[in-house]
Design a protein around this ligand. Structure first.
Ligand code: NAD
Length: 399
């Protein structure tokens, strides 16, 4: 991506706690950019509740068009009201902009309370397919004519008449395509190669869902096997069923293996240091990355970004946490570290490092927001604004 000297970066503060963490993170990110000799030109955009107030719609064209034009953006959380007829704005944004890879690095920061025995061993990056699977939203509500039509088709035309119970039924589809699977796995492998990672693990439930999850695994292994030389990427044979200790892997090659999703949640906690880069379909990725985030301090810490071809929309893993909204309480770290991902995408690695170091030193010195303070007796609990100011001071010290 070619980056102008003072790039325009669209920013959406977001709903709920977005009004607290949005401005706080923006201040920290500006400070880190400035201290590393860079200038960010923020462009404030609206989506969700704030867009409804301003434009009377949830996702104005202006917002989508600006992200498309400037190619990078950062957003806080958006609330999805529960109930019929309301599609998630986050999902809509990812689909409209074809941001097909949701990337969530999970690494440990010193001083963060964790339930794990050796949290410092956690250093994983999850690549979650972002546009298909059961999150595509192809569903039919129980009791509607459409749901009954789909039931009739599946029972009569496809000969599945003994599978579904009588009475109302909700139905949904799980599309998993060759294109969607392969481009996601390719991203994960390229990331592993570029960042000197040893392994890419494809996580699926292909033993049960053979033609969707299983096919994801097969297509992923095909990418590893056919698109890269063996001494660069090594597709581990039969890794689902056999230990790979005996396999002769070319030195310096990235190994690509498969794991079943349920077992993976266990391995992730018991053998944390064995995993590196993970690639998986949408639903697995959602669950697994939240669970991984919990092991390194929870949602207040966990950053993420969505990538498409030449496009990046950074956003934290967490939602709008309405209970905490507007109280200057929430932890802006996840949004700040999502900004770090965005800056690194622009090639601003030194700015990213400075952000990470300043956040880590602030937390380890004991200045934390409520979510970490309640797990650390020696910590001083501060509000969102004060915490962000402490990070800005650290940035100044470290720069
Ligand atoms: P949530 O992530 O908003 O909150 C769950 C809990 O985690 C909160 O009650 C709070 O205790 C804690 N938490 C989350 N972020 C925190 C932070 N920065 N600092 C401190 N504590 C934090 O999840 P939810 O309650 O399931 O969802 C609320 C709303 O957010 C829903 O409308 C949902 O659709 C939406 N959501 C949006 C996104 C997104 O914008 N990408 C992601 C997830 C959920």
């Amino acid at each position: 991506l070619e980056v102008p000297d003072n790039p325009i970066i669209p920013i959406i503060h977001g709903d709920g706690i977005g009004q607290d963490v949005g401005p706080a993170a923006q201040k920290v990110l500006s400070k880190a950019a400035e201290e590393t000799g860079r200038d960010v030109n923020w462009m404030r955009l609206y989506a969700g509740e704030s867009a409804r107030e301003k434009y009377d719609e949830n996702l104005p064209d202006e917002t989508v068009d600006a992200i498309r034009e400037h190619r990078v953006a950062i957003k806080g959380p958006l609330t999805t009201p529960v109930g019929a007829g309301f599609r998630s704005l986050n999902v809509a944004l990812r689909q409209t902009l074809d941001l097909y890879a949701n990337v969530r690095p999970t690494y440990y920061l010193d001083g963060v309370p964790s339930p794990m025995k050796a949290p410092e061993e956690m250093d994983m990056v999850t690549f979650r397919e972002n546009t298909e699977d059961v999150y595509a939203g192809i569903e039919w509500e129980a009791g509607t004519d459409e749901a009954e039509k789909v039931r009739d088709f599946v029972e009569d035309e496809m000969d599945f008449d003994d599978v579904m119970h009588e009475g109302p039924i909700g139905l949904g589809l799980k599309p998993i395509s060759e294109k969607g699977s392969k481009r996601l796995v390719r991203e994960a492998i390229d990331y592993a190669i570029e960042n000197d990672r040893d392994k890419v693990t494809l996580v699926h439930k292909g033993n049960i869902m053979k033609f969707t999850e299983g096919q994801f695994g097969d297509w992923g292994m095909e990418v590893a096997d056919e698109e890269y030389p063996d001494d660069e990427v090594f597709a581990a044979p039969d890794s689902l069923w056999e230990e790979q200790d005996e396999v002769d892997i070319p030195e310096d090659a990235v190994m690509v293996e498969e794991r079943l999703a349920d077992a993976m949640l266990q391995w992730m906690q018991l053998r944390t240091d064995e995993f590196d880069v993970l690639a998986m379909p949408n639903l697995n990725g959602d669950y697994l990355s939240d669970a991984a985030g919990a092991q390194i301090g929870g949602l207040g810490i966990a950053p993420g970004a969505n990538f498409g071809d030449n496009r990046c929309l950074a956003e934290p893993v967490h939602g709008s946490a309405p209970k905490r909204a507007g109280q200057d309480m929430a932890n802006p770290t996840a949004l700040i570290l999502s900004g770090r991902l965005l800056f690194e995408y622009l090639g601003w690695d030194d700015t990213g490092e400075l952000i990470r170091d300043a956040v880590e030193e602030t937390i380890s010195s004991g200045t934390v927001t409520y979510d970490l303070a309640r797990q650390r007796e020696d910590a001083e609990k501060v509000g969102t604004t004060e915490y962000a100011e402490a990070i800005c001071d650290k940035i100044e010290d470290l720069a």
